[in-house]
Design a protein around this ligand. Structure first.
Ligand SMILES: Cc1cc2nc3c(=O)[nH]c(=O)nc-3n(C[C@H](O)[C@H](O)[C@H](O)COP(=O)(O)O)c2cc1C
Length: 168
């Protein structure tokens, strides 16, 4: 593997900034089967005295099934040069295409056999701590939310403890 392991607590602010303003790949599954998709929304922070990463997944995504059936997920931030990969993984479903093979991504495995990609600049391996469905009754700013839920399909939020981190 090209990537180097770092203690998640030692990640610099600069490294963590890679996550914001970029569209990483969210991957879940194991050595037998997995799926990946591009995500635009997410966050980094702290919960229950643990470093955490939050992601939002619509239930219609094929990736959702893997997020539900596995205890770990990974977030791989690819270099800007991989825009074509992010476009494909954000527009095609793993139900119809083996996106990982089509994109020529190299799969590595972290804690819990969670798959991630060696081509990444930064990888966070996360263990699920908390999950909750977003729903209309909890929305405060309906103007902000409405454009994203014209057809329902509300996101499920996953907060994962960052148990491993890797960077190039
Ligand atoms: C830039 C971008 C950001 C996206 N962000 C999210 C996201 O945060 N959550 C989500 O559920 N879908 C998001 N999507 C949509 C999924 O990536 C897309 O529907 C994908 O094809 C799902 O693949 P799957 O069915 O194999 O899981 C995003 C797509 C793009 C292009």
């Amino acid at each position: 593997m090209r990537l180097k392991a770092v203690n998640p607590k030692d990640l610099s602010l600069e490294t963590l900034r890679l996550f914001t303003g970029r569209t990483p790949l969210l991957t879940a599954g194991d050595r037998t089967a997995c799926n990946t998709m591009t995500i635009g929304w997410g966050g980094l922070g702290e919960l229950w005295q643990k470093p955490v990463c939050t992601v939002y997944v619509r239930q219609s995504r094929y990736t959702f099934q893997f997020m539900e059936s596995h205890d770990y997920f990974t977030v791989s931030v690819l270099p800007e040069s991989h825009r074509d990969v992010l476009l494909l993984c954000g527009t095609k479903s793993g139900r119809d295409t083996d996106k990982i093979s089509s994109c020529g991504l190299t799969v590595c495995y972290g804690a819990g056999n969670a798959p991630f990609f060696d081509e990444a600049e930064l990888v966070l391996v996360c263990r699920k701590l908390y999950t909750q469905d977003m729903n209309q009754d909890c929305v405060i700013d309906h103007g902000a939310a409405a454009p994203f839920y014209k057809e329902g399909d509300w996101h499920r939020m996953y907060i994962g403890e960052i148990v491993e981190a890797y960077h190039a």
